[in-house]
Design a protein around this ligand. Structure first.
Ligand code: PRP
Length: 178
């Protein structure tokens, strides 16, 4: 059932499922035949729901790891000053790595994390985001696997929060103004 605080749905529950299935199929096709398990890295906290759905649609052997980064800013726009709050558990050196985000907005967070990961010498590094906001981009980054482009509105649900709430909504929507 729809949440009373949501004014508009950007990605319905059904569309979420369709997009994740398609991403899983694309990623499976791309990596089929790699000789070691794919390493899928999720950026917390936002990506946890998408990660859980996505990895079940990737039909090749893989392992998962997570990293928590925080960006300092005024709270609504990330400042680009990214700090690692919780690092990966394992080394990515020589591995095929897929970095997973819930949303790429300005691109600052992903850009910093991509640079950080490249410095650790993975065998290959690709990027995947469920949501993409091209209209908000400030830093040019390469997204290899993209779920849905959305307009430049503040989105919540399917892992995305407002003041840590709404992450459990099974769809992506826009909050009503206060
Ligand atoms: C959100 C999101 C991305 C980032 C995108 O994280 O998960 O990491 O912002 O914004 P950007 O492209 O402008 O850098 P947030 O800092 O809200 O933390 P969360 O993952 O815990 O929700």
């Amino acid at each position: 059932m729809e949440n009373q605080k949501i004014t508009k749905i950007l990605v319905s529950e059904e569309e979420v499922r369709e997009r994740v299935v398609r991403l899983g199929a694309d990623i499976t096709a791309y990596y089929r035949g790699i000789n070691k398990e794919l390493m899928v890295i999720g950026l917390l906290r936002g990506s946890f729901i998408f990660m859980a759905d996505l990895v079940r649609q990737i039909k090749i052997p893989l392992i998962v790891d997570f990293m928590t980064v925080s960006s300092y800013g005024d709270g609504t726009i990330s400042s680009g000053d990214v700090k690692v709050v919780m690092d990966l558990d394992s080394s990515i050196e020589g591995r095929d790595v897929l970095l997973v985000e819930d949303i790429v907005d300005t691109g600052r967070t992903f850009s910093k994390v991509i640079k950080m990961m490249h410095n650790r010498n993975p065998r290959s590094l690709k990027t995947c985001t469920f949501l993409n906001k091209p209209g908000a981009r400030l830093v040019d980054i390469q997204i290899d696997f993209c779920g849905v482009d959305i307009p430049n509105e503040f989105a919540v649900g399917y892992g995305l929060d407002y003041a840590q709430g709404y992450r459990n909504l099974p769809y992506v929507g826009v909050l009503k103004p206060n």
